[in-house]
Design a protein around this ligand. Structure first.
Ligand SMILES: NC(=O)c1ccc[n+]([C@@H]2O[C@H](COP(=O)([O-])OP(=O)(O)OC[C@H]3O[C@@H](n4cnc5c(N)ncnc54)[C@H](OP(=O)(O)O)[C@@H]3O)[C@@H](O)[C@H]2O)c1
Length: 337
């Protein structure tokens, strides 16, 4: 057991979004620390990544969350990872990423006296893209989100910060998160494996990124000492990459020499229209929509984690090469690649 997390060991923890990509990895890490894990689920949730026999499931929607006193009375830590990363409308994003936060925090407030931390997972999207590409934004950059998603995450952050005086709140802002089980960044890696390096437009594009295991470690780290002034932290792996770097490193691991396929923005906009139409017909969020296009066309989604690294004793374990190797090995083992 790592003493760095002694505050967590054996404690009772609530995870929202535990069925999702990040939440399911977090639950694994919490179980390693012998935590009693309470996980919020829905009727429609896919439980395939959850060791259901080792945790307590509570079926309730975040929009109007209800939890039994037996759970609320024993909680020491809360990790709020539930959120919508794709939705059909602005209203859907705001209902879950913003409004539901208030419902959850109101539910927790009467239990503040025994809560040691409430970790709220926001996003780099709440700040917005680089203002001067590829210069990174930092936690002092004025927020200028460009999508419904980013705006809803910013609204959620603001709600979280309103509760700072009542709850031991910490807000984490990750950039793109990658790792085992993830399905969006995976599409890019899958195309590489198939021999195609997809490039949007001719201009170089840059990004910050973090491996899911480092993000989980960062969440456990902040849960140790949540009561900081202005507790909002960008958490990246500390580097800035071009998409060329990503494809070069991944191609070397995959042992492929991909051809570059440049997609002009006009083509992406057309594809988004088609995908949005399909989504509307099937009554589900489109894989690519106009919001996603706003996101893709930015030249740099880069961020500095300096404040986080200066505040906490934290070293990422997964520089991109190591993280991609672990991730690609997992995709291969699972037969995804
Ligand atoms: N992945 C990234 O690259 C990234 C980057 C920055 C920030 N984030 C943030 O990290 C968080 C987790 O992201 P993720 O990638 O793990 O997403 P994910 O895999 O899509 O998981 C989302 C989770 O939220 C739950 N959820 C959504 N709507 C809900 C509702 N109305 N009631 C209860 N639960 C609900 C989902 O439950 P169901 O299983 O029931 O659908 C699922 O467990 C999100 O807040 C996201 O904004 C993610």
């Amino acid at each position: 057991m790592n003493d760095a997390y002694s505050n967590l060991d054996g404690s009772s923890v609530l995870v929202t979004g535990g069925t999702g990509f990040i939440g399911s990895h977090l639950i694994e890490a919490l179980l390693m620390r012998d935590c009693r894990v309470h996980c919020l689920t829905r009727k429609s949730s896919n439980l395939k990544w959850l060791p259901t026999e080792k945790i307590t499931l509570h079926e309730t929607d975040l929009v109007n969350p209800k939890l039994p006193d037996s759970c609320l009375d024993e909680l020491a830590h809360v990790f709020h990872c539930g959120g919508l990363t794709s939705a059909r409308t602005r209203g859907e994003y705001f209902a879950v990423n913003a409004k539901a936060c208030r419902s959850l925090f109101d539910l927790l407030t009467p239990h503040a006296h025994h809560l040691k931390s409430v970790v709220h997972l926001s996003s780099l999207a709440a700040i917005g893209p680089s203002l001067n590409p590829p210069e990174p934004v930092d936690d002092d950059t004025p927020c200028h989100p460009v999508t419904h998603y980013g705006k809803s995450k910013l609204a959620g952050e603001k709600i979280a910060l309103e509760y700072c005086g009542k709850l031991p709140m910490v807000v984490i802002r990750p950039p793109v998160v990658y790792g085992e089980r993830e399905q969006n960044f995976f599409t890019y890696l899958q195309k590489l494996k198939q021999g195609w390096r997809i490039q949007v437009g001719r201009d170089p594009r840059h990004l910050s990124i973090v491996n899911v295991h480092d993000l989980v470690k960062a969440m456990l780290t902040v849960a140790q000492s949540p009561k900081q002034e202005n507790p909002v932290y960008l958490v990246t792996d500390g580097e800035i990459y071009s998409w060329d770097d990503v494809s070069r490193i991944a191609s070397a691991i995959l042992k492929v020499t991909p051809k570059t396929l440049v997609l002009p923005e006009t083509l992406i906009r057309l594809a988004a229209l088609a995908s949005q139409l399909k989504g509307a017909l099937l009554n589900r969020p489109a894989f690519l929509d106009r919001q996603r296009v706003k996101d893709i066309r930015q030249l740099a989604w880069t961020a500095s984690s300096q404040k986080f690294f200066d505040t906490f004793d934290f070293q990422p374990d997964y520089p991109l090469e190591r993280g991609l190797k672990k991730t690609l090995d997992w995709y291969k083992d699972q037969g995804w690649l």
